[in-house]
Write a protein that binds this ligand. Structure first.
Ligand SMILES: [Zn+2]
Length: 448
């Protein structure tokens, strides 16, 4: 059956090719449309939901036992042209970003390098990668535990399924060619296999790319892609957790794929590493005594600064500090609200022995306060009200102002306390953002 169909198709396409030159001369756009959504993971948490004030694009945690689906905003999608055989002869048409529940893509066929028949048989592939909608930042692509590509999903169909498209698989001009016109494409119904977990993690991570992607470019017009390994089970000593382990590599353990804030936090590390020169990571500072940290644990300043900044990125990816600056939720031992992290009022002054600058939650609060439009008063002995209101991107890109020196404002100031919030303020050029220090009782007497 199917071979008969293929031969007829070949014969027709040869016949049509007599008219190829004429077709190319009268190029006309093709429009291909489809609907697509993915099934969200049970237990999805630590992400902004619809009821939260200030949420950006909310996550959709499913109620117990109820399948729930969400749109694939910012996921990349490819169109391919189906030819004879098992796929090796198929032609790549292009890549686009999904912007809503329904996607319609327009391309010119007659002028396309893949043009080989008068009406293309178009199908769609979801390659498992995301980007910010403005395409100002890098692509993040999911890879398996063995570091190979997932391959994604495609809806290529069989010969008999070509009726998915109008006119028996052919997409002519002048009409919307619907793939699965009566339905919605869903890549998988699984909520347990690795690919489903990776897809959810990509979707959560797209929030960070959407807000901060423009600061993750390393200065290149086409920034290197970020590889997201799911699962990665050797980040923490206990076999779980998540980590950013180069300027382009993040990994999330299986259990953390349901935590919306995890991948957005790790992308905060990617952002900072790309801003402060690729080769540097944690400045040689060790994490606690067991290799881990919490928002409220006492850490070396460089550790607290890096983790506090990444936590700020995580929260600001899900919540807009400008819309409702004090409602962002974030895993915290003390408060869901970044602006309410408990300040230690015993001293704001002493370098190297200051509990505020040594706790990630206070560094996170400092960045959040710099971003939000609220104007909280000073808590003595802190000297300043929260008077500054930067954009998130201005905050993110200021790390790029640091130079390679080992002085204040340099990225190579010696560990374990060297690279810290102070260097952010004293980056070469004009000191700025001192409110982060003076409002939050962090190294306050060093000049301000
Ligand atoms: Zn971290």
């Amino acid at each position: 059956m199917s071979h008969t169909f293929e031969k007829v198709a070949v014969a027709l396409s040869l016949a049509f090719c007599l008219l190829c030159a004429a077709d190319r001369a009268t190029a006309a756009p093709r429009q291909v449309c489809f609907r697509m959504e993915y099934r969200t993971l049970p237990g999805l948490q630590l992400c902004a939901t619809e009821g939260d004030l200030g949420h950006r694009r909310a996550c959709r945690p499913p109620p117990i036992g109820v399948p729930t689906y969400a749109d694939l905003i910012g996921h990349r999608v490819e169109l391919w042209e189906r030819d004879n055989g098992e796929g090796a002869n198929d032609d790549y048409i292009g890549t686009w970003l999904i912007t809503g529940h329904q996607t319609c893509i327009t391309f010119d066929w007659e002028s396309h390098p893949a043009y080989d028949e008068s009406q293309p048989d178009v199908y769609v592939r979801l390659p498992m990668s995301v980007q910010d909608l403005a395409q100002a930042g890098p692509v993040m692509r999911a890879i398996k535990e063995d570091r190979t590509d997932y391959g994604g999903w495609w809806w290529r169909g069989t010969d008999s399924e070509l009726t998915w498209l109008a006119a028996n698989g052919n997409c002519p001009t002048g009409t919307a060619c619907w793939i699965a016109p009566q339905g919605t494409l869903r890549p998988t119904e699984s909520v347990t296999d690795d690919a489903a977990r990776a897809l959810q993690t990509l979707d959560s991570g797209q929030r960070a790319l959407e807000v901060f992607g423009g600061a993750m470019t390393l200065g290149y017009p086409s920034p290197p892609e970020i590889r997201l390994q799911v699962p990665k089970n050797d980040c923490d000593p206990d076999g779980g957790g998540a980590c950013a382990f180069s300027e382009s590599d993040v990994g999330v353990s299986f259990s953390r794929t349901t935590w919306g804030e995890t991948i957005t936090h790790e992308l905060g590390h990617i952002l900072q590493r790309r801003q402060i020169y690729v080769h540097l990571n944690n400045g040689g500072a060790n994490y606690g005594t067991d290799g881990t940290w919490t928002l409220s644990s006492e850490e070396m300043e460089t550790v607290a600064t890096h983790e506090g900044f990444a936590s700020y990125v995580a929260a600001a990816s899900w919540y807009d500090p400008e819309i409702f600056p004090n409602d962002a939720r974030y895993r915290s031992t003390s408060a869901d609200n970044p602006s309410a992290a408990p300040i230690d009022t015993s001293s704001c002054a002493t370098y190297g022995n200051n509990s505020n600058g040594h706790r990630a939650e206070m560094v996170m609060r400092a960045f959040w306060d710099l971003d939000d439009s609220n104007n909280e008063g000073a808590v003595s002995p802190a000297t300043s009200a929260d008077t500054q209101n930067w954009t998130s991107l201005d905050i993110a890109t200021r790390w790029g102002w640091l130079d390679l020196s080992s002085a204040n404002g340099g990225v190579e100031e010696p560990p374990p306390n060297g690279r810290n919030l102070w260097d952010f303020v004293w980056a070469p050029g004009t000191p700025a953002g001192a409110n982060a220090l003076t409002h939050n009782c962090i190294q306050q007497n060093y000049g301000y």
